[in-house]
Structure formats: structure tokens, C-alpha cells
Design a protein around this ligand. Structure first.
Ligand SMILES: Cc1ncc(COP(=O)(O)O)c(C=O)c1O
Length: 421
């Protein structure tokens, strides 16, 4: 039996395989098959490997920690590496926040919902259409990017309300219209469906990830911050995909100048190791009484060592500035594609880059581009509610020339796919 047959015989089919590749090794931005064929990874394990596959500083930090101890329940004893990582994150988010570590993005979302309910004593949560917050039942109740994720598992959490995300291309509106539309929806929701004093939190992705790398209008987060502050509602930003330097700031919300109550982190946080975190304003964090939440593996020391080293690499190598520059260059390079009738929009914030395809054929075209890119040894992912978007999330330290060449090849593929259909 080859590996795909063994996989099918032994592993549940619930998580579908996106390629038929067997990959055995990673180096920088590349992945290798057993025969040494090289693929450029523009998906980085869905925005996880922010500094590539083999950064020496990250590997050394893991190696050192592995030889100290692999795991210690974070409630058993104090650990330097966990505290040092929490302090490093405080430097990025603000000294008046405290951290709780988990393992995966969905767990950090669960923690955010639980802390919001606990600290406010209110039941309801508002989330956005097209959002992805994870698949455990609490987080899934917020997720709204595909019926197949939700429907089989109903009933989900009660008192979760969804409103439109200000996604101009999805709504067929200008950014200003989209913002006004969402403002009206939220105002109506708070008037007719749920009283503001019953709402614990509004949870959102500052840039929707799975929803299609949707960048909301500039005024959206400041408006939400004012609204939530007025009603004592907590504002929780899910930075699981957009965080750790990817957008040119450590966290995407930092582009808007607001201070959220809760920051949800995962994916790249652990530098390739499983790790997530919830940051909460100290005043909220200190209200969460001991024992009200917990985890066995969260804050694993090897994951914290890898995450701390990755954060240091992002700072030492100025990778946020690099992400900004590479993102702007990518936008210039891909912009001509937007003139094709089959392309609706090209957009980017740092190294969250999207090409959205237009019309009923959009999903099929995006799939074709992903398939042809794979044949050209580039790994890409789709996104968007109809899978009509290709998203690029290369490592932040991808060499500029390598990336520019990949975008040239991608442009050629997009033009070919658009002219063929
Ligand atoms: C914005 C966002 N939140 C939460 C999650 C869930 O993370 P995990 O798959 O680690 O549970 C994801 C995963 O894609 C995500 O993109």
C-alpha cells in the first residue's frame, strides 16, 4: 500500500487532504517530497510557520528546552520559559494585560468566551457572518463560514448572534456603505434581539481569514470599540490567523489604534509548535478566580520556547517591516490581475494576500489556480464563503526574489485559467 492508501485505511477522512503529496522535510520557505522535489510553501501550514521551517534560532530554542523537560503541567510549578514568553507578549500588547496559554486557536476562543461570561455575568456573544473561530462547540457557535461546519452539530451555544461583517465585495457595497450597513445591523440587533446589558462580548477577526482575507473599512474597529465601551461589552479580537507580525504589525488590530479587552492568539504564536493564548486586560484577568478554567498541556514549555524564539526573530530581523514591504510589492505585482473580468479584487495587508475571483465560476477558477500552482510546485490555499479566493500567507522571511518570481508564475496561471474558461 502506498502512503495515501495507508492514510485512508488508518486515519479518519473527516479532515480532507488538499494534495496527494507526501512531504518529509522543510527548509526555509520550502517543503520536500521523499525524492527531493521542492515545493514553495505559500500557505505555511495555514499561517503557522511565520519564520519558515528551519530557523536556527527556533530550532536551537526547541532543542535546548527538549533537553530540560518536555512537559510540566503549568499549575505544578513556576517555569522561566512560560513567564518569559508571557512577559514578551505583554511588551507587544501592553503591560496592563495578562496571559492564559492554551494549545490551539479554538481553545483560546473558548477561553475568551468563558472569561467574557465569567467577568461580565452576561450570557450573549455577538460574532460576524463569514467568520472562522474554530471547531470546538463553543468556538463553533461563533464560526459562520460554512454550514457544513455547524449544521451537523446543532444545537450550538445559545445567545450567539451573528451580524454581517463589513466585507465590501461580499456585500456588493463600497467600504463606506458596508460600514454603515453593519452599524445599522448591530444597532437593530441591540434594539430588537438582545439588550446591550445582556451582551458579554463582541468577537471578531480584525481581518477575516477563512472568510477570504477580508480587510474591513478603517473606521470599523474604532466604532466597535466606542460602542462596546459605551455598553460595558467586551471587545475580543481573534488574531489567530492575522497575528504575529503577518500584517506588518504584531497584531492586526494595532493598525486601527484601538485597545481591545481580549486578544486571542494561536497558529504562529508557537513558532510551529502547538500553542495558543488569551490576553485579557488585567482588571478582567484578575476577576477569573483560580480553578474557573485550566488546561493540561497549555503553555507547554517546548511550545513556549519555540514561540519566544520566533517572537525574537520577528523583532530582531525586522520582519514586520519586511512583511509590509513585501505585501506592498505583491499588491503592485498582482494589481494588473484585477483588470481581468474574472478577478473581482486583489487585496493585501502585509503578507495576508488575496485574489478574489468573480461570479458563479469564481470557486472553480480559484480551485483551478490552486491545482495548477501545485503542478508548478507552489502550495496555496483557498478561502472565501464560496472558495472563490486564493490566499497567500508566505513566511515573513521569504526572500524577496523568490516571492516575486512566485507571484509572476501565479499571475501567468491566473491569466491562463481566466482565458481558458
Ligand atoms: C481566526 C481563527 N480563529 C481560530 C482558529 C482555530 O484555530 P485552531 O485550528 O488552532 O483551533 C482559526 C483556524 O484557522 C482561525 O483562523
Amino acid at each position: 500500500m502506498d502512503i495515501s492508501q495507508r492514510h485512508a485505511a488508518a486515519v479518519m477522512p473527516v479532515q480532507p487532504m488538499e494534495t496527494e503529496l507526501e512531504l518529509v522535510r522543510g527548509e526555509g520557505p520550502y517543503l520536500f517530497t521523499p525524492d527531493g522535489t521542492r515545493y514553495l510553501d505559500l500557505a505555511t501550514g495555514i499561517a503557522v510557520n511565520a519564520v519558515g521551517y528551519s530557523h536556527p534560532k527556533v530550532l536551537a530554542a526547541i532543542d535546548e528546552q527538549v533537553h530540560r523537560h518536555l512537559h510540566l503541567y503549568s499549575g505544578t510549578a513556576y517555569q522561566q520559559v512560560l513567564v518569559a514568553f508571557a512577559e514578551a507578549l505583554q511588551k507587544e500588547i501592553g503591560p496592563s494585560y495578562k496571559l492564559f496559554f492554551g494549545n490551539s486557536g479554538t481553545e483560546a476562543v473558548e477561553a475568551a468566551v468563558k472569561l467574557s461570561r465569567f467577568a461580565t455575568g452576561r450570557p450573549a456573544v455577538i460574532a460576524f457572518r463569514g467568520s472562522f473561530h474554530g471547531r470546538s462547540l463553543g468556538a463553533l457557535s461563533l464560526t459562520d463560514s460554512a454550514a457544513r461546519y455547524r449544521s451537523p452539530y446543532e444545537p450550538l451555544l445559545p445567545a450567539v448572534y451573528h451580524v454581517d461583517y463589513p466585507a465590501p465585495t461580499r456585500l456588493g457595497m463600497t467600504p463606506d456603505e458596508a460600514l454603515a450597513h453593519v452599524q445599522q445591523q448591530i444597532a437593530r440587533l441591540l434594539e430588537t434581539d438582545v439588550a446591550p446589558e445582556r451582551v458579554a462580548a463582541i468577537v471578531l477577526e480584525p481581518i477575516q481569514g477563512e472568510g477570504g482575507y477580508v480587510i474591513p473599512p478603517d473606521g470599523f474597529l474604532p466604532w466597535l470599540r466606542d460602542l462596546t465601551a459605551k455598553h460595558g461589552i467586551l471587545l475580543a479580537v481573534d488574531e489567530v490567523q492575522s497575528g504575529m507580525g503577518r500584517t506588518g504589525r504584531m497584531f492586526a488590530y494595532q493598525h486601527s489604534g484601538i485597545e481591545p479587552d481580549l486578544v486571542i492568539m494561536g497558529k504562529a504564536l508557537g513558532g510551529g509548535m502547538p500553542l495558543s493564548a488569551l490576553a485579557a486586560r488585567t482588571e478582567l484577568a484578575d476577576r477569573w478566580t483560580p480553578g474557573a478554567h485550566g488546561t493540561t498541556f497549555g503553555g507547554n514549555p517546548v511550545s513556549c520556547a519555540a514561540g519566544l524564539a520566533t517572537l525574537e526573530v520577528i523583532r530582531e530581523e525586522s520582519l514586520m517591516e519586511v512583511a509590509t514591504q513585501l505585501g506592498e510589492a505583491a499588491l503592485r505585482q498582482l494589481a494588473p490581475l484585477a483588470e481581468l473580468p474574472c478577478v473581482k479584487e486583489v487585496r493585501a495587508r502585509g503578507l495576508m494576500i488575496a485574489v478574489e475571483f468573480a461570479g458563479a465560476e469564481g470557486g472553480a477558477r480559484a480551485q483551478q489556480v490552486v491545482t495548477e500552482s501545485l503542478a508548478d510546485h507552489m502550495i496555496l490555499h483557498m478561502a472565501g464563503l464560496k472558495h472563490e479566493v486564493i490566499r497567500l500567507m508566505p513566511p515573513l522571511n521569504i526572500p524577496a526574489g523568490v516571492f516575486a518570481d512566485a507571484l509572476d508564475r501565479l499571475s501567468t496561471i491566473v491569466r491562463r485559467v481566466c482565458s481558458a474558461n
